[in-house]
Design a protein around this ligand. Structure first.
Ligand code: KIV
Length: 280
């Protein structure tokens, strides 16, 4: 199943510049843009770490991209644990952030803390939490338990059914004010950074200027302190998914299709394997 068009619109070192949460604020103060990409498995994590990118996000988008669901509502803690552990194995030195899956923060502090503990023990350095209203106490509890928290405001895909789809958020003045206030509250509660997804660029820039912690944008324009993309979008691996904000750096789908067709042709024509590809 394809992901719905987003924004319709829908401790270590990764080899990048981030070793710990402290480096996020340092990067902001130094005016150095922060780069994040998603990875869900060891191979891609290894490639990202070698590239390098500053940090790797094991996003709950894995439920859509890898498992074929139509929303991130289907991500489970076990799914996130398995993918986080794989990413950690592929990139032992990377700074890894893992999403707390759907409803984890709505079952109270104890459940949220246990879930975050599972992800940190699987290899994450930090967790990302969508939204704020109704679970500010949980965020405080996580932070004061020593669990680094990245916030996520704007389009929060776990709330897709409440939001009526993957669409741009905070376009109206009241919603924009609410988002500004929530971003400031996340900073006050101790979040080390906040993702801003699918909001007007001017609002993202206002939030960025108002906060000391960095903002990481996706579909939020160029005025944030960093950017995050889903790796398969950057690689152009899903021809049916072309969100406006995701620049394609490769025709991954075309490369796969062309390669597979050549392989099938070669096997059928007796050109593969060649003598040098056979065991003696
Ligand atoms: O799950 C994810 O991949 C994300 C990013 C899009 C920010 O949360």
């Amino acid at each position: 199943m394809h992901r719905a068009p987003a924004c319709r619109s829908v401790s270590g070192n990764s080899g990048g510049g981030v070793n710990s949460i402290l480096d996020f604020s340092r990067a902001k103060r130094a005016g150095r843009p922060i780069t994040l990409l998603t990875a869900y498995d060891a191979l891609h994590a290894r490639l990202l770490a070698a590239a390098p990118v500053d940090a790797i996000l094991v996003g709950d988008s894995v439920a859509m991209v890898v498992h074929g669901h139509d929303t991130t509502v289907h991500a489970t803690l076990e799914m996130m644990r398995l993918h986080t552990a794989a990413v950690r194995r592929g990139a032992p030195e990377a700074f890894v952030i893992a999403d707390l899956p759907f409803l984890t923060t709505r079952q109270g502090r104890r459940a949220a803390t246990q879930a975050a503990g599972v992800l940190l023990q699987a290899g994450a350095n930090a967790v990302k939490v969508e939204g704020l209203a109704g679970h500010a106490d949980v965020i405080t509890h996580l932070v004061t338990s020593g669990i680094p928290v990245m916030g996520h405001l704007g389009l929060t895909p776990q709330a897709v059914h409440q939001l009526g789809g993957h669409r741009v958020q905070a376009g109206q003045p009241a919603a924009a004010q609410r988002l500004l206030a929530e971003a400031a509250e996340l900073e006050r509660l101790g979040a080390f950074a906040v993702v801003l997804e699918c909001i007007p660029a001017a609002l993202a820039q206002r939030v960025t200027r108002a906060l000391r912690i960095p903002t990481i944008g996706i579909g939020a324009g160029a005025g944030t302190d960093g950017q995050v993309l889903v790796l398969t979008d950057l690689l152009g691996l899903d021809p049916a998914f072309r969100p406006k904000f995701a620049r394609r750096y490769a025709d991954g789908a075309g490369a796969v299709t062309r390669s597979v067709r050549r392989y099938v042709r070669d096997v059928r024509a007796g050109r593969f394997p060649a003598r040098k590809e056979a065991m003696a």
